[in-house]
Design a protein around this ligand. Structure first.
Ligand SMILES: Cc1cc2nc3c(=O)[nH]c(=O)nc-3n(C[C@H](O)[C@H](O)[C@H](O)COP(=O)(O)OP(=O)(O)OC[C@H]3O[C@@H](n4cnc5c(N)ncnc54)[C@H](O)[C@@H]3O)c2cc1C
Length: 733
């Protein structure tokens, strides 16, 4: 029997959204557990401002030089890719529990059915005047790490480094820094407002830490509360003044103000008040864990161990909540084992009256910490994730329609378009009248000057729909820029994953908002489009542009012309690596940033410098697009050393990763390659398909230096990568 629509298995429909905000310890664990037993119809999204989140237990070891960045950070982007969880890299700035939305500074709000917050805490810099302005808080760790790499580790001889705090984090930090900078002539001061450090620790453990501070030459100033900070000066309560050259702030935890601004109940320090089921006391749909929350029946100090213990309960309760099942209660432990590293590979253990110290304690701590991190660096191979039969209670699933019925309901579509028209007026209303979605067909300009049209469509390459919208729009506009034309209007072709109306509407809004943020900058108006539902997300645009005074031809390269490339290569193989679970989240981030760079300025400079031919490098790879430009007559000689690669691309090639388009791209140009030219690892990049790649510009040799300079002046990574030759062969060295 032939396979027709009646044989087709209905694709799973997305029925509800669970949004995890913050990639803290509890969320990393819960995410991993939820991924291992997926709930049918439930989509999970993680929102985090960074691709990597630190594991606090190993942070002092990172600064002490015992561990690398990768060993101490969970790669959230890679974890999400493994788990099939959407990853949205941004910070949330607000929460509306009534509307069930979270807000961002850079895009429309996101709707949730269930929300969980694990955003940690920051040292309190607000209560001491000048602290926020002059100190480096120990959190967010990303900022501390970059300050450490750029400034702190390079402190001049004789400099004074001050640390304000007195808890476990600050003494570990002081000892780690003292250890790693021991060869340098530096003074390290630790200012503690209390009469002694390590409140709540047993006296033997405290004495051991105090001795380590003395051994490492750290000047401990107890009962020295800092009252005000100015540039290079600390003013202590009681009037004394102390000098510093660098200042680290590591005092008690404070909460993000948006938590209390949400109207949800908070404790007296502004941390979300939660029940024993880890739900907000003001909204059952909002869960919160880790430092940012306080279990009102069991308040505890802020420490990562509590967040870690909450992870499995959170996973269980989130699952139970969306399935309408009973939730479990969590009672945090009263005491916990604290293992403090003492700078060198020694540590002290403290639990109630018990304490011990030595190299073996450090090895013990090291083993525990590495075991924790192994869960994320070596996640298990996923089982066949045919979703369990359980379905979220609130949203029953119906088999999706095909044909024109497979689209978003009119009411949701109108509401989304109305919101976008308000948010992006310039990119949704043309000067000559039409607005986004106002008619069945949009009026476009008369062909004077000439109207150029192009179409491009992408499968979901990133899970964040807003980012997907930005990349797809930028990618589509590149064709117009490569021709020297100015974008004026666009139409969208959107395929949303099969989903219920409210989930689909949210996705459409995010995708179109992302694309409108790009069209707005380009002066291009989105006039309409067509949306439908399908097994996977796709987004494409028909884009129209007006020809400029001088168009940029694709053909016409002359022997002797220099070839200039304006973006690094490697998006194809980096995303192939990501699909195989072998890409670093930071490298994917760099590829995304590169894809978001517009080719508008590069094209303008190509026009101004009299380019002989231009194209944008996309699916056929650099070599394929170059052959298109060269035609049958001319050839090119490429200098591989001059071709810039995205971070991680070289590692991916040398470990044998190729995009699925690689073989086809090589076949496209194979007959133009000299027989004895090998496709070495270094040459493989020439056949890597690019998404939203750079421009390949041909320009006379005498103008190439000026064009490269002009590109670089604009922050564009342009470089001469080869020369056009008379022989029709393509060679590289
Ligand atoms: C030097 C040092 C050493 C420490 N050592 C230990 C230790 O050995 N043991 C221990 O138990 N505790 C330790 N702590 C305390 C520990 O760091 C915290 O208690 C722990 O990190 C809290 O975990 P969490 O899950 O609440 O959040 P975190 O692990 O702090 O993670 C919060 C996450 O949320 C993200 N985020 C922040 N704001 C937003 C936003 N607006 N939107 C989206 N995401 C956001 C952050 O980027 C981060 O990824 C140490 C602290 C320091 C400073």
């Amino acid at each position: 029997m032939g396979s027709g629509p009646s044989d087709m298995k209905p694709a799973a429909q997305l029925a509800s959204d669970l949004v995890l905000v913050g990639g803290g310890h509890a969320h990393a664990l819960a995410l991993r557990m939820l991924a291992m037993a997926p709930v049918a119809g439930l989509r999970i999204t993680l929102v985090s401002p960074a691709t990597h989140t630190p594991y606090s237990g190993m942070l002092p070891g990172l600064l002490a030089g015992h561990y690398s960045f990768a060993e101490t950070h969970i790669d959230l982007a890679a974890l999400c890719a493994w788990a099939g969880v959407r990853f949205i890299r941004t910070s949330i700035t607000g929460l509306d529990p009534q509307q069930k939305t979270i807000a961002f500074s850079d895009r429309p709000p996101l709707t949730y059915d269930a929300l969980s917050i694990d955003i940690g805490s920051q040292p309190d810099t607000a209560s001491v005047p000048g602290a926020a302005e002059f100190s480096t808080p120990v959190k967010p760790v990303a900022a501390l790490w970059s300050r450490w790499q750029n400034t702190l580790s390079g402190l001049e001889s004789g400099a004074r480094l001050a640390i304000v705090g007195g808890g476990a984090g600050s003494v570990e930090l002081a000892l780690a820094i003292a250890h790693v900078l021991s060869e340098r002539n530096l003074a390290i001061d630790l200012y503690c407002g209390a009469p002694q450090i390590l409140q709540g620790y047993n006296p033997r453990a405290r004495r051991r830490v105090e001795r380590a501070l003395i051994d490492h030459g750290v000047h401990l100033h107890v009962d020295h509360r800092v009252a005000r900070v100015k540039a290079n000066a600390l003013y202590l309560q009681g009037g004394a003044k102390a000098h510093y050259d660098e200042l680290l702030w590591c005092t008690g935890a404070s909460a993000s103000p948006w938590l209390s601004d949400s109207g949800l109940p908070v404790d007296d320090r502004g941390f979300l008040a939660i029940t024993d089921t880890l739900q907000s006391t003001g909204s059952a749909a909002v869960f919160a864990v880790g430092d940012c929350a306080t279990q009102i029946n069991h308040p505890r100090p802020k420490a990562g161990v509590y967040a870690v213990r909450q992870g499995p309960v959170l996973a269980n309760n989130l699952r139970a909540y969306v399935l309408g099942q009973p939730l479990k209660s969590h009672a945090p432990q009263k005491r916990f084992l604290s293992l403090l590293s003492l700078g060198d590979k020694l540590a002290v253990a403290d639990r109630g009256p018990f304490s011990a110290s030595g190299a073996w304690v450090w090895r013990w701590k090291d083993r525990i910490d590495r075991e924790f991190m192994r869960r994320f660096s070596h996640p298990p191979v996923m089982p066949d994730t045919t979703p369990s039969s359980s379905v979220p209670a609130a949203n029953p699933i119906q088999a999706p329609c095909g044909g024109c019925g497979a689209k978003l309901a009119p009411a949701e579509l109108s509401a989304v378009l109305a919101g976008l028209r308000q948010r992006y007026p310039k990119a949704t209303q043309a000067d000559n009248g039409p607005t986004l979605g106002s008619d069945d067909a949009a009026v476009v300009m008369t062909p004077e000057p000439m109207l150029l049209q192009s179409v491009d469509s992408l499968r979901a390459l990133v899970s964040d729909p807003y980012l997907m919208g930005q990349i797809a729009a930028n990618h589509a506009l590149s064709d117009l820029y490569a021709c020297g034309s100015t974008p004026v209007s666009a139409q969208a072709l959107v395929t949303l994953p099969f989903s219920t109306a409210h989930v689909g509407a949210g996705d459409l809004e995010q995708m179109l908002a992302g694309s409108l943020s790009i069209f707005e900058k380009a002066g291009c108006v989105l006039l309409g489009g067509h949306s439908m539902q399908g097994p996977e997300c796709q987004l494409g645009f028909v884009v129209n542009g007006l020809s400029g005074e001088r168009s940029l031809p694709k053909h016409g390269l002359r022997p002797g012309d220099s070839l200039i490339l304006t973006k690094p290569l490697g998006t194809g193989l980096l995303f192939a690596a990501q699909m195989q679970g072998r890409a670093d989240g930071g490298d994917i981030e760099a590829a995304i940033e590169s894809m978001l760079v517009s080719n508008a300025v590069g094209a303008q400079l190509a026009v101004e410098h009299g380019a002989t031919a231009v194209t944008d490098v996309t699916g056929f790879g650099l070599a394929g697009h170059l052959i298109e430009m060269l035609g049958e007559e001319a050839g090119a000689s490429l200098n591989l050393a001059a071709v810039s690669l995205l971070p991680g691309a070289n590692e991916a090639i040398t470990t044998g990763i190729h995009s699925s388009g690689f073989a086809g791209n090589y076949a496209l140009v194979a007959d133009r390659c000299e027989a004895d030219v090998a496709v070495t690892d270094a040459a493989a990049i020439l056949f890597d398909p690019q998404t939203s790649g750079g421009l390949l510009i041909g320009v006379s040799a005498d103008r190439s230096r000026a064009l490269v300079q002009a590109l670089n002046d604009q922050g564009i990574e342009g470089a001469v990568i080869g020369v056009v030759t008379e022989s029709p062969a393509l060679v590289w060295a």
